[in-house]
Design a protein. Structure first.
Length: 584
């Protein structure tokens, strides 16, 4: 078919942008798809951020008018923009599983959109035409189309066990329809079943059904975005990002991508941060880069840290907590007095010094007279104590901290609470340089960050109430939290800056399936903090996590607890050592 023949069948696209503005209040750009390189492949709509591409001419075999088809496609894509999650990582999924997860995600967002506008069901219904016809050989295309109809139409009956299982799992997860992970979980299971059925899937010939649905390219995180004729769509993606920056903030929050108040290009980001990708301030959070160890570079503005308020708890809980840690508290308060007074410190038993250490010299004379080997460390040195460091205690508040300590009724969360309360109470005299923060995550665009006590805030009843309101949930995107905490510390004027991290295991998150990915990102974040003058040290609550903690923080920059109940005491000892405090 020549190009002139194609042009005679092109029609003017309906005003889909106005349709979606009226439907959801979205500001989008609707354009015609470029001419297909392979006319034998069915064309499908496409979206990327807030750009929509629709076929420029009617598709063969599609019922209804071309305008109805375009409106159905726009309504479907808008459901993804309204109820979709950040793009799925490919991970280890096979092509058939990717297609099934996409199909389930299509059905999930359509169900949520139909709950708001029931008329959308009638708009999409004419395109679900596949019937459970008997065939000598089952094909993946027919099974996928039948499953799509089964998930759309509750009255549809299909006798195939695979289709019935897919519908059953989808309907059983009705309470989880707002969570995109449901699509991935069910899709992985159905993909495995399809493989056991020996049903072949040819990704090169596969076309999404029904025809009004997009080609699923906007659902997945690919290294490169390509059009069907193999050309790069990077320019279109950049145009989409420019349109997205103008989207209403409420719309972007629905999609998990807050509106930026400052947009930095990659080169400007690197210049501003000394050669590494800088963070980008946003209205409801801060975007940070993330290290991809596969391509060996940072993805600028890839994650979003959202600072969230902390619900108050009973402030009296602090005093009850401290009563069981009186010895550690007393020792730490003595150290705090030394920090505040900047008194002289006598460092004894040295091999070299500015004066003789008389007790050590007498002990050496006695040892020599008795025939024992003498200790050559007979000198001492007097020095003034350095200024106390700015300390930020960063707590991992993921769901795993709700686990109980062996043989007790206390959780790891309660242990972390006691340790932070002990540190804050004991250092009240120098609390201006102490902050206690926490974090948890739910995907790369939802890294929650909590400030229980901030720098220059008094440690009063309100701060105690915030500590008492501490709770644990979700996952552990450690790298983003390290960057956010490190930049907070870097703004302090003190000569030394100490980031003390308390975590129970390896980094993890719901949108990452490669166990090495977040581990190497956290290692890169700790390295970047060192370049900012921030020293990071980790207290590991899992004694089996030595390999991951050592890789992230380096030799000598971590301590693993074999007795978890010693965390408050161990935290005290570490602070004294890292602050170079010697008790006389």
């Amino acid at each position: 078919m020549n190009s002139s023949h194609c042009e005679t069948h092109q029609q003017e696209l309906p005003d889909g942008a106005s349709f979606l503005r009226a439907l959801w209040g979205f500001e989008v750009r609707v354009r015609a798809l470029p001419a297909a390189a392979n006319e034998y492949m069915p064309r499908r709509p496409r979206f990327m951020t807030s750009n929509l591409w629709l076929p420029a001419s009617p598709l063969s075999g599609v019922p209804g008018s071309f305008n109805d088809y375009c409106f159905a496609a726009c309504a479907h894509i808008s459901a993804h923009l309204r109820f979709g999650a950040p793009r799925f990582p490919i991970g280890s999924l096979k092509p058939a599983q990717i297609a099934i997860v996409s199909l389930l995600e299509d059905a999930r967002v359509e169900r949520l959109a139909s709950a708001h506008y029931p008329g959308l069901q009638r708009l999409w219904a004419p395109y679900h035409e596949h019937e459970p016809r008997a065939a000598p050989v089952k094909t993946s295309s027919s099974l996928f189309a039948r499953l799509a109809r089964a998930l759309h139409d509750d009255s549809y009956v299909d006798d195939d066990s695979w289709v019935k299982k897919g519908r059953q799992l989808f309907l059983q997860g009705r309470a989880e329809w707002h969570d995109a992970n449901l699509s991935r979980r069910i899709g992985s299971a159905l993909g495995n079943d399809l493989g056991q059925m020996r049903v072949q899937f040819n990704s090169k010939e596969y076309a999404v059904q029904p025809a009004y649905r997009d080609d699923n390219g906007g659902l997945w995180q690919f290294e490169r975005e390509q059009s069907e004729d193999g050309t790069q769509l990077e320019a279109e993606a950049e145009a989409g990002r420019r349109v997205e920056s103008d989207m209403p903030a409420a719309q972007q929050r629905e999609r998990g991508e807050p509106k930026t108040s400052q947009v930095l290009d990659a080169s400007a980001s690197e210049r501003a941060s000394g050669g590494r990708a800088a963070s980008i301030e946003v209205h409801s959070g801060t975007r940070h880069p993330e290290w991809d160890y596969v391509i060996q570079r940072e993805r600028p503005g890839f994650c979003t840290v959202l600072e969230r308020p902390v619900a108050d708890g009973p402030a009296a809980r602090v005093m009850a907590t401290l009563s069981g840690n009186a010895p550690a508290r007393k020792r730490l308060e003595r150290a705090a007095l030394q920090l505040a007074n900047r008194r002289q410190l006598r460092v004894r038993r040295l091999l070299d010094g500015d004066r003789l250490d008389l007790p050590a010299a007498v002990a050496t004379i006695v040892a020599r007279a008795s025939g024992a080997p003498p200790d050559p460390r007979v000198y001492r040195r007097v020095r003034f104590q350095r200024d106390p460091p700015s300390l930020l205690l960063l707590l991992d508040l993921s769901e795993s901290l709700n686990a109980f300590l062996p043989g007790t009724r206390s959780t790891l969360l309660e242990l972390a609470y006691r340790a932070s309360a002990l540190l804050a109470t004991s250092l009240a005299s120098v609390a201006g340089d102490l902050a206690i923060h926490g974090f948890s995550s739910n995907g790369r665009h939802d890294v929650g960050y909590y400030r229980f006590k901030d720098f220059d805030q008094p440690y009063d009843d309100r701060a105690c109430a915030r500590l008492a309101g501490m709770h644990a949930h979700l996952s552990t995107r450690l790298g983003s939290a390290l960057r956010h905490a490190g930049q907070t510390l870097a703004r302090r004027s003190s000569a030394r800056k100490l980031l003390l991290v308390v975590t129970d295991g390896e980094p993890s998150d719901i949108d990452v399936h490669d166990p090495k990915y977040l581990l190497f990102d956290a290692k890169q974040a700790a390295f970047c903090n060192r370049r900012l003058g921030v020293t990071s040290f980790c207290i590991g609550l899992d004694p089996n996590a030595k390999e991951s903690v050592q890789r992230i923080f380096g030799d000598g920059n971590y301590s693993l607890l074999d007795q978890l109940e010693r965390l408050p005491e161990r935290l005290t000892q570490l602070y004294l050592r890292l602050s170079s405090v010697t008790l006389s």
